[in-house]
Design a protein around this ligand. Structure first.
Ligand code: C5J
Length: 220
């Protein structure tokens, strides 16, 4: 049992029953020319966390923990993309349009791949999800339960969209969840700060948070 110093109080977890979940560290969000930039965002903010995410991932792998990578991805025929999601707002390119990294947010396209620094290794789970939350339209819950996973440690992007939505969905399904504070980022710094506060408030109403250094020290 690892007893991690965390906010708002200690987070105890067994490595054998915990998965490290890395949300959507794909080129669509982190590199210029992808979905994130089509929405008008400065993607360099998200690039800044890559070394931290890699350090935690390395420590987790070395400790022998399970890893789940997600990608926000739609089928090439967009049959799993609600028209409301595609048509909302005024992005420079819409989901399914062709940009410099291939079709925006479409499975199999260059932009949909996880960035090379964090590339999944054989044996790690890689799940495409059509929604912001990782349980919507996926078999993730069955996968985790069949492997006895009861605890989830989250990193990835963006804090207030896919990370927060996935953590809330997981909390409602009974998983004990922690987010790595410097292993997640938003295009909007104030949204990240507010998200970490609201997830951990009211006695960990959604879950816990801790810095990467604390987690890495506990794993090694
Ligand atoms: C967004 C995500 N922000 N992965 N997706 O649209 O957070």
């Amino acid at each position: 049992m690892i007893r991690l110093a965390a906010t708002p109080f200690e987070y105890p977890f067994e490595l054998a029953h915990t998965a490290l979940v890395i949300i959507d560290m794909q080129r669509d969000f982190v590199e210029p020319g992808g979905f994130g930039e089509t929405l008008g965002n400065d993607v360099t903010r998200l690039q800044a966390i890559v070394p931290t995410v890699r350090r935690v991932l390395d420590a987790w792998r070395a400790a022998g923990g399970r890893v789940l990578h997600t990608r926000e991805a739609h089928a090439p025929d967009l049959s799993d993309c609600p028209p409301a999601k595609r048509l909302r707002g005024a992005p420079t390119l819409r989901i399914g349009d062709t940009g410099p990294m291939g079709r925006i947010l479409v499975a199999g396209e260059p932009g949909n791949q996880i960035i090379p620094e964090l590339a999944p290794r054989p044996g790690e789970w890689v799940i495409d999800k059509p929604g912001k939350g990782m349980f919507c339209g996926t078999q993730i819950d069955a996968l985790l339960r069949s492997h006895g996973i009861s605890h989830l440690v989250f990193m990835g992007v963006t804090t207030e969209v896919c990370v927060q939505t996935s953590m809330r969905e997981a909390n409602d399904r009974g998983y004990d969840c922690l987010v790595v504070e410097d292993g997640t980022e938003s295009y909007f710094p104030e949204f990240k700060t507010a998200t970490l506060a609201m997830l951990t408030a009211q006695g960990a109403i959604v879950g816990w948070s801790a810095p990467s250094a604390t987690l890495i020290a506990a794993l090694t």
